[in-house]
Design a protein around this ligand. Structure first.
Ligand code: SF4
Length: 396
């Protein structure tokens, strides 16, 4: 498995598959064809259907100056639902072409090529193997991450945590409307400052965590700076729970950074053995993954053992199975923003279950990851980031 550096990335929203990935693809094509004076880009699948609302054209144009972008309207079969063909030209003559897939979380693959990857720093291939190594060596998951990646990874994770915290704080400051025709008002600040007579501590916790999740998700919708955790659409979940743990529960920054390491291992297992792409496996692959990662993070902060951490992550994914992706008008707003808040609250509940019931569990984390991927493949394409089904179809 790859470094956590390739999982957590800082960049502009609103969609890692639609903005980070296409931008990385355009940079690769530009580097391969520096003499080209014109590019044609054909977008297929989900990129063709929701690329406009997700900012794909803008991302490509930020790299390539003279470019024509054509969404495929023939439903052409392609190897991945987020596929792009780049054609490089000079004085009207084709220099060459590349087919590139945006595979989730901003990562790309080139058809017919093996891209040079960052070192595969983790030799374990799934959570069972990680569990065996940690148990055998008597180490925690953050210690395992340190053994595999070296001390420097914790500097990187600290940078990621601060980018997450900055995003929460920016989102709590900003007011006004989200971009686009849906007419949605930003709600994070209002939620955060709301005074509710007789509010119980549990309700306060839900409201405050939701306000943090809204803050990040609204920043993302406004093309603000976010961290892929593991994607932009799901970016609000992990910062919400960690910001709460740090600012409301008093856990240290070191504890939060350890929690990010544990969440990263969970995300790494998912992206390696299944998918973190809504276009490939539905929203369960984005929000479900983020909820799993957040649950594991909160379990880590609370000092849970390895089995409790696994159980928290497993429960979070198990109860996200089947979650569809149907962004209204192709924007990362409805249902994405509320979905981040709901997943953050659910992560806290999963940790509560893991606290008491880890010894009774039957389903392993690897098992539920496999199930998520199979379920994603079975979900109709209408519910995999095409905006052709569900809310996107019925809400006008
Ligand atoms: S519905 Fe889920 S997977 Fe789809 S764009 Fe929104 S957050 Fe991403």
């Amino acid at each position: 498995m790859e470094s956590l550096r390739t999982l957590y990335k800082v960049g502009l929203g609103p969609s890692s598959s639609h903005t980070f990935g296409p931008k990385a693809a355009a940079e690769l094509v530009k580097s391969r064809y520096p003499e080209a004076d014109h590019f044609t880009v054909i977008l297929y699948g989900s990129l063709a259907l929701t690329g406009t609302g997700h900012g794909t054209g803008k991302s490509i144009r930020s790299v390539l100056d003279n470019v024509q972008i054509i969404p495929d309207d023939q439903n052409t079969p392609v190897p991945h639902p987020n596929t792009m063909d780049f054609i490089a030209l000079k004085e009207g003559v084709e220099l060459g072409s590349m087919r590139i897939m945006s595979i989730g979380g901003g990562a790309i693959e080139v058809d017919g090529e093996t891209l040079p990857k960052e070192r595969d720093v983790y030799h374990e291939k799934n959570f069972d193997e990680i569990l065996y190594r940690c148990s055998h060596d008597g180490i925690s998951i953050p210690e395992y991450v340190r053994e595999c990646e070296g001390d420097e990874i914790f500097d990187y994770l600290r940078y990621i945590w601060r980018a997450m915290a900055d995003c929460v704080e920016a989102g709590l400051e900003h007011t006004g409307m989200l971009p686009g025709p849906l007419g949605i008002t930003r709600k994070a600040k209002m939620l955060s400052e709301m005074h509710v007579e007789g509010e119980t501590p549990d309700v306060t916790q839900d409201r405050v965590i939701s306000s943090y999740a809204f803050a990040v998700a609204e920043e993302n919708a406004c093309e603000g700076t976010v961290v892929t955790a593991p994607t932009c659409g799901a970016a609000g979940v992990i910062p919400a729970v960690l910001y709460y743990m740090h600012h409301e529960m008093g856990f240290s920054e070191d504890a939060i950074v350890d929690a990010l390491a544990t969440a990263g291992v969970i995300g790494n297992v998912i992206r390696t053995n299944a998918s973190i792409s809504g276009a490939e496996a539905g929203c369960q692959a984005e929000i479900g993954s983020a909820c799993s990662m957040a649950s594991a993070a909160v379990a880590q902060v609370n000092g849970f053992n390895l089995h409790q951490i696994e159980y928290a992550a497993e429960v979070a994914m198990e109860h996200s199975l089947g979650l569809t992706c149907d962004p209204v008008q192709g924007l990362v707003q409805i249902p994405c923003i509320e979905r981040c808040a709901v997943a953050a609250m659910r992560a806290m509940n999963c940790v509560s279950i893991a606290r008491f019931l880890a010894d009774t569990r039957k389903i392993s984390f690897d098992n539920v990851v496999d199930t998520m991927y199979r379920t994603g493949k079975d979900i109709s394409p209408l519910y995999r980031e095409t905006s052709e089904g569900g809310l996107a179809r019925l809400y006008e």
